[in-house]
Design a protein around this ligand. Structure first.
Ligand code: 2PG
Ligand code: MG
Length: 418
C-alpha cells in the first residue's frame, strides 16, 4: 500500500517551543502521525536540529524550514507514491541530506519522516510497532524496560541551585505496572515530604520537582538526594524498593578553557568531581550516573569508569550522542558501561537501531531516552520494547508528554501478557 499524501506542520513541544510533525496518508485512507522531541542540554556532537533563526517569532526557534524540507524535498523525492520501507527510505533520506550531521535537511525533519515511515509500515503489516521493530531487526524477545523516573529537576531543566540536571528514582520491580505504581507513589510521597519541609512543589521541564533550598551550608545536590532517601524511608513500598540515578549533564558546567567543572563555589578537576561522586555513592543508593563528566573529557571518563564502573552504571549521553563512531571510541577507551539512546541525536530510526545493536553486541547497557522538550508521540516506548533495550527514561510519572510513554508501556505490558 503506497503513500498518497505527505504533510508536515510546525507544532509546539512541551516547553512551548516549535517542533516538527509529519503526517503520511496511505492509500487506504489511514493517516499516520509522528512528531519529534528536542533537547535543552544538547551535546555538541549531536545531529543538527534545524531552526529558522528568525528572531521575530518563537525566539528564533521556528522550524518552518524543516517543515518545508519535508513537503518540498523529502516528499516528492522519496515518499509520494511509494510503499513505506524504513530501511530503504532512511538510506535515501541520508543520501539526500548528504551531510555528516544532518544539517542540510535537518535532523528534526529527517526523524519525523523516519518515525512516520516505520509507523506506517507496521500499520500496513497489521502488527504493533514494537513487534515490527523486533521482527525487522531480529532483536532478542520483546521486553518491557526498567524505567528511571526523574523526580527532581535541576541544571538546564529548572531554575534552581541544582547544578546536576536529573535526580532519578529506579524501582526494583521487574513487572512494569508495579514499577510504575511504585514510582508514582514515590512521587506523591515526595510531594508530601517537600510540603512538610516548607519547600515548593513547582515542577521543571521533565515533571520533577524543583525545590529551592534555603540551607546554603550543604550543597543542593546532597539536599536533593537526602530528600529522596527520606522519602524512600517513609514510603509504603519500603526503602529497598528503589535505588537512585543521577544525570549530572556535566558538559553544561564544564569550563573547557580552564579544564575545570564549576560546581557551586568550587572549580573542580575531573578527579575532584569523581571524588564527589564516590562520596555520594557511599551515602546514597546510587546505581546509575549519566554524563558525570563533559562530552570530550575522555580521560576523565576513563578515570570515572576505573573508580566507579564496577558498582555503578556509567552512562554516556552527550559523550556518545547515539553515534556508532563515538560509541566505538568509548568502547576502545573503556569510557562507559552504558549508553543513552536518543533518536533525534542521530536523525533516523535505522541509525538509532545501529547504535543499539552495537551496544548489545558489546554488552553495553542501553537506555532509551526522551528529551526535555517532548510531544505526545510515544515512539520511544515501542522502540524500548521492540529492541529489548532493557531500560528507558521518560521523566517523572506526570505531564501528558511524559505519561504518554509510560501509558503506552502499560498497554504493551498487557499485550505481552496476553
Ligand atoms: C538528557 C536529556 C533528557 P535534554 O540530558 O538526558 O533527560 O535532556 O533533552 O535537555 O538533552
Ligand atoms: Mg543526559
Amino acid at each position: 500500500m503506497h503513500i498518497v499524501k505527505v504533510d508536515a506542520h510546525q507544532i509546539l513541544d512541551s516547553r512551548g517551543l516549535p517542533t516538527v510533525e509529519c503526517r503520511l496518508t496511505l492509500a487506504d485512507g489511514a493517516v499516520i502521525v509522528a512528531s519529534v522531541p528536542s533537547g535543552a542540554s544538547t551535546g555538541r556532537h549531536e545531529a543538527h536540529e534545524l531552526r529558522d533563526n528568525n528572531a521575530a517569532v518563537y525566539h528564533g526557534k521556528g522550524v518552518l524550514s524543516a517543515v518545508r524540507h519535508i513537503k518540498q524535498v523529502i516528499a516528492p523525492g522519496i515518499l509520494l507514491g511509494k510503499i513505506p520501507d524504513i530501511i530503504a527510505m532512511d538510506k535515501e533520506i541520508i543520501a539526500l541530506d548528504g551531510t555528516k550531521d544532518c544539517s542540510a535537511l535537518g535532523a528534526n525533519a529527517m526523524l519525523a519522516v523516519s518515525i512516520a515511515v516505520i509507523r506506517a509500515q507496521a500499520w500496513i503489516e497489521g502488527v504493533e510497532l514494537f513487534e515490527f521493530i523486533n521482527d525487522l531487526w531480529q532483536f532478542p524477545e520483546p521486553m518491557l524496560p526498567r524505567c528511571m523516573f526523574n523526580m527532581i529537576n535541576g541544571g538546564m531543566h529548572a531554575q534552581s541551585d541544582l547544578v546536576f540536571q536529573e535526580f532519578l528514582v529506579i524501582p526494583s520491580h521487574h513487572d512494569f505496572a508495579q514499577s510504575l505504581a511504585c514510582a508514582d507513589d514515590f512521587y506523591q510521597q515526595l510531594k508530601l515530604v517537600l510540603h512538610g519541609a516548607g519547600l515548593g512543589t513547582a515542577i521543571g521541564d521533565e515533571g520533577g520537582f524543583v525545590p529551592l533550598f534555603t540551607d546554603k551550608t550543604v550543597f543542593a545536590e546532597e539536599q536533593a538526594l537526602s530528600l529522596l532517601l527520606h522519602t524512600a524511608e517513609q514510603f509504603t513500598w519500603g526503602v529497598e524498593s528503589v535505588s537512585f540515578g543521577l544525570d549530572s549533564a556535566a558538559t553544561h558546567f564544564y569550563d573547557s578553557g580552564a579544564n575545570r567543572y564549576r560546581f557551586h563555589e568550587q572549580f573542580l578537576t575531573a578527579p575532584a568531581l569523581i571524588e564527589l561522586y564516590k562520596n555520594l555513592k557511599g551515602r546514597f543508593p546510587l546505581v546509575s550516573l549519566e554524563d558525570g563528566l563533559a562530552e570530550d573529557d575522555w580521560q576523565g571518563w576513563q578515570w570515572l569508569m576505573e573508580q566507579l564502573g564496577a558498582g555503578v552504571q556509567i552512562v554516556g549521553d552527550d559523550l556518545l550522542v547515539t553515534n556508532t563512531k563515538r560509541i566505538q571510541q568509548g568502547l576502545t577507551q573503556k569510557a562507559m558501561n552504558a549508553v543513552l539512546i536518543k533518536p533525534n541525536q542521530i536523525g533516523t530510526v535505522s541509525r538509532t537501531v545501529e547504535a543499539i545493536r552495537l551496544c548489545q553486541e558489546n554488552n553495553l547497557a542501553t537506555i532509551i531516552s526522551h528529551r526535555s522538550g517532548e510531544t505526545n508521540d510515544d515512539f520511544i516506548a515501542d522502540l524500548a520494547v521492540g529492541s529489548a533495550a532493557g531500560q528507558m527514561k521518560a521523566g517523572a510519572p506526570v505531564r501528558g508528554e511524559r505519561v504518554a510513554k509510560y501509558n503506552r508501556l502499560l498497554w504493551i505490558a498487557e499485550m505481552l501478557e496476553g
